[in-house]
Design a protein around this ligand. Structure first.
Ligand code: M6R
Length: 607
């Protein structure tokens, strides 16, 4: 939800900011803008649409002198995605500019108050209130730093803001509350951004900012303060191991494709140090000393929720821990019955999803231990959880989540083995087999992906005229059916519904006709005969079927797609990239914007 970057250093700022925004564009892309100070004048340039529209505009402006400034790429919450509503926003005197990610909940009230003092507003955004409020603070407090503290104290809601002003050229301020913001510290240059990839080519030294902190950077120094008291806060610089390569496309047409093809490595990285192929030992040192919960409540959204549904099956089978899985936006607004020995597992790639974070906080308030299963190191969920297990998938840029889910499945399998062994309910044979099979997945996937992509492309062309799809699966394939449908709809804009195959006859069967294809997850497992019966029900209504199955399985369908077999529930691992590739090839064939689908954003930091 909106990407922001601030820079102060020795380089021309605008190209650095644009490059940073390109790496943040996954967070929002309906308009973009930059602000910088040149000759003590504040300049703001904005454009609706993607970043390239802003770049076109910048070609006609001399921006070479500024060595500090900031930029924003927007995912609209208040007001249409047009130039007027694009960030940065400024005060009436055009001395202060602000970019913002989040929602100011009391902006109408603030507008009214400021309006009474003579401020006029030209946009429909909540953000525009902030520079006006700071300008008012400047009158009362005398300097920008104190004005900022004064203004922040009056904002309700969620924000990450970056501020520049003609009053202090070369200085950039940032502050956060419930929206992500990190600082990058370089030599003779410093950065503030929504996410690390924004400044990755320049520095890997990062300071994670906490809620309620205010940061001031210039080219040669940085300082963090408590936003409420303005007292300095001591922070540590952390060196992160991601490289620039990981945040680039590396020869692939889209990030999504690159990330699908990274899955063999993702499984290997997630297992590294956690399972030992020779001894079959499983370790999750992150959970050392933590009691095994009597019941586990998984809370997540979107793809992470689907991973949770899959994990439930393993946790209940291997660890015999009863598990409930709930969509975070529902969980947070009811009064969940959570017992004294229960625990919560918050699954989130970004670690910033507002609803999941709210679920986590609700549980922490009740004293329930929370484990975060996150990809982004230092993210809010990772920091606020009592324990964190990192999925170690590396940066996921494509809005459609792919490799993150693969890493979540891997981590959930390890967790189930870990608890199963600790509780003494997992047979040594099952553990040894599971470890061996998990360790063989990277090679299996590596060998399978190229042919899988070819078949996905063929089938996507064949089914490209479908307006709707039904995805069916049973058992551990049911969460995959949900995920396949989500992937297809979010990037190809073809309507798709995931259903438990056995539930089809209770309603969706009414939709079946020759123009409404069914994507069946018909893997060769113990539930296959049941799935086959469901497919016969589809065929009896002249429905067309594309069946994802395994060589030799007794499945009759209009199109059969054989994928490699994997042991037991691990069969999900080769099935997942097939679903992802089908959606990818379909979206690409239909000419859709694969990495940045309309109306979406990578990290959903608003509820
Ligand atoms: O970062 P998170 O895992 O918390 O994100 C949850 C969902 O927003 C995310 O999985 C979303 O559904 C993806 N666009 C799916 O591809």
């Amino acid at each position: 939800m909106c990407g922001i970057i601030g820079y102060s250093g020795h380089r021309p700022a605008v190209p650095v900011i644009i490059e940073g925004l390109r790496r943040l564009e996954y967070r929002g892309y309906d308009s973009a803008g930059v602000a910088f100070v040149q000759n003590r004048e504040l300049s703001i340039i904005r454009a609706p649409g993607k970043l390239r529209e802003l770049e076109k505009k910048l070609e006609c402006v001399n921006v070479s002198i500024a060595t500090s400034g900031m930029g924003h790429t927007r995912w609209a919450t208040h007001g249409l995605p047009n130039e007027t509503n694009a960030h940065p926003h400024r005060d009436g005197d055009q001395r202060i500019a602000v970019v913002h990610n989040g929602i100011i909940e009391n902006y109408l009230e603030l507008r009214e108050r400021l309006g009474a003092k003579g401020h006029t507003f030209v946009t429909q955004t909540d953000t525009e209130t902030i520079p006006h409020l700071i300008a008012e603070g400047l009158k009362e407090q005398g300097d920008l730093f104190h004005a900022l503290g004064w203004a922040l104290a009056q904002l309700e809601g969620a924000y990450a803001v970056v501020v520049v002003s003609a009053e202090e050229p070369g200085v950039v301020y940032g502050a956060r509350k419930s929206s992500p913001l990190v600082m990058g510290t370089g030599t003779g240059e410093n950065f503030i951004a929504s996410d690390i990839p924004a400044f990755l080519p320049y520095t890997r030294d990062v300071v994670f900012l906490e809620d309620g902190e205010l940061v001031r950077i210039d080219a040669n120094s940085w300082q963090v303060f408590d936003a409420a008291t303005l007292a300095p806060v001591k922070k540590t610089v952390q060196h992160i191991s991601w490289d620039v390569q990981a945040a680039q496309k590396g020869g692939f047409k889209h990030f999504m494709l690159k990330e699908i093809f990274e899955q063999p490595r993702v499984v290997a990285d997630c297992l590294a140090g956690r399972v030992d192929r020779c001894s079959s030992a499983v370790r999750l040192p992150e959970l050392d000393g933590m009691a095994i919960p009597e019941r586990l409540h998984i809370v997540a959204c979107g793809t992470s929720f689907h991973a949770g549904l899959w994990g439930k099956l393993l946790l209940e089978t291997w660890a015999q821990v009863p598990v409930s899985v709930e969509i975070a936006s529902e969980f947070r607004y009811r009064s969940p019955l959570v017992g004294g020995r229960d625990a919560v597992l918050a699954i989130s790639q970004s670690g910033e999803t507002a609803d999941t974070l709210a679920g986590l906080r609700l549980m922490k308030e009740r004293g329930v231990p929370v484990i975060g299963l996150c990809n982004v190191v230092g993210s809010s969920i990772a920091r606020e959880a009592d324990r964190v297990v990192y999925t170690q998938a590396g940066p996921e840029i494509s809005v459609a989540s792919t490799k993150a889910m693969c890493s979540q499945l891997t981590a959930l399998a390890v967790l189930a083995l870990h608890w199963g062994e600790a509780r003494g309910v997992l047979g040594a044979e099952t553990r040894a087999r599971a470890v061996a099979e998990l360790c063989s997945l990277p090679d299996l996937l590596d060998g399978a992906l190229p042919a899988m992509r070819e078949r996905a492309a063929e089938l996507a062309r064949e089914y490209s005229e479908a307006a709707s799809f039904l995805y069916l699966g049973r058992g551990h394939c049911y969460p995959l059916a949900l995920e396949g449908a989500l992937k297809l709809k979010e990037i190809s804009y073809i309507h798709a519904e995931g259903y438990a195959a056995g539930e089809m006859k209770h309603g969706p069967i009414a939709l079946i006709d020759p123009r409404f294809p069914t994507f069946a997850l018909a893997l060769d497992d113990e539930l296959l005969p049941k799935v086959v019966s469901n497919l016969q029900e589809v065929q009896a209504r002249h429905g067309r079927i594309l069946a994802l199955t395994n060589e030799g399985a007794r499945v009759t369908a209009d199109d059969v797609w054989n994928i490699p077999r994997a042991w037991g529930p691990l069969a999900a691992f080769p099935a997942l990239p097939a679903l992802q590739l089908f959606a990818y090839e379909m979206a690409d064939y239909l000419g859709k914007d694969v990495d940045q689908p309309r109306n979406l954003a990578k990290s959903v930091t608003v509820e």
